[in-house]
Design a protein around this ligand. Structure first.
Ligand SMILES: [Zn+2]
Length: 246
């Protein structure tokens, strides 16, 4: 069965989130989030993105509505923190259940490579969950805070692209473990002299995302796969098929 993950890149547009030391949360969240998206797809897990790029404001209500409409199996909201502290935090629903299970799988992986501060729930008004993305989504949901933009040690890590890549991989490992999917590490491109010339594969390495009615269904770097996918979804009567260069 194909799993669907709703990915929520925190903040955007006029809402920058936390910022300090040259780090702006809305940008940082996407640097990690886009890698999470691509790695999930590489691992055969489908993705629906709840937010646009960092220049676009999308309200929490629009985000949770989109998650609920998509039928996503889980919601993963990605953030970074400020206000004193060091390391990662993960928040899940006060009802526990599958959301807690997902949070713990993510903690296991992220804590291997980042200081782990806490895993917790937060009660809001009327004894319900405090955080919108956890309270208003039907699927099990977690919020990940990868680090503090105002902590000297976290800043050093968050400015290192290799660390962001590691956080993305840990997130995808945690999600794969939750679903019982064996995580596949992407293979780095090899400079094999025997490799066929690129003229037989004009898009080699140039990845196009394929988005059908707002849900990403694949990412390919060869024209045949893109064509196959278009034929498949056109024949299913889908109205909105977007092929987007990454
Ligand atoms: Zn945030």
């Amino acid at each position: 069965m194909a799993y669907l993950v709703a990915l929520d890149y925190g903040h955007g547009g006029s809402d920058s989130g936390a910022s300090a030391n040259g780090l702006v949360e809305k940008v940082l969240n996407r640097k990690i989030g886009y890698q999470v998206r691509d790695l999930l797809i590489y691992n055969g897990i489908q993705v629906v993105e709840l937010a646009d790029d960092e220049n676009t404001y999308v309200s929490l209500q629009e985000r949770s509505n989109k998650a609920n409409k998509s039928g996503a199996h889980i919601v993963v909201s990605m953030h970074n923190n400020a206000g004193g502290g060091e390391g990662a935090e993960i928040i899940y629903s006060i009802v526990g259940g599958k959301g807690k299970e997902l949070a713990e799988k993510l903690q296991t992986e992220i804590s291997k490579h980042q200081v782990f501060r806490k895993i917790y729930t937060r009660v809001g008004a009327n004894g319900r969950d405090y955080y919108h993305m956890i309270r208003e989504t039907k699927a099990p949901a977690v919020i990940i805070e990868y680090g503090f933009v105002d902590n000297v040690n976290d800043v050093q890590r968050l400015k290192n692209p290799a660390f962001l890549e590691t956080m993305a991989k840990d997130t995808v490992r945690g999600i794969c473990n939750y679903f019982g999917v064996v995580y596949k590490e992407p293979q780095p491109k090899q400079n094999d002299e025997d490799e066929k010339p690129t003229d037989s594969d004009p898009l080699d390495g140039i990845v196009h995302r394929d988005i059908v009615d707002g849900t990403q269904v694949g990412a390919f770097d060869n024209p045949e796969s893109i064509a196959d996918l278009v034929v498949k979804y056109v024949s299913q009567g889908k109205k909105n098929i977007v092929i987007q260069r990454v």
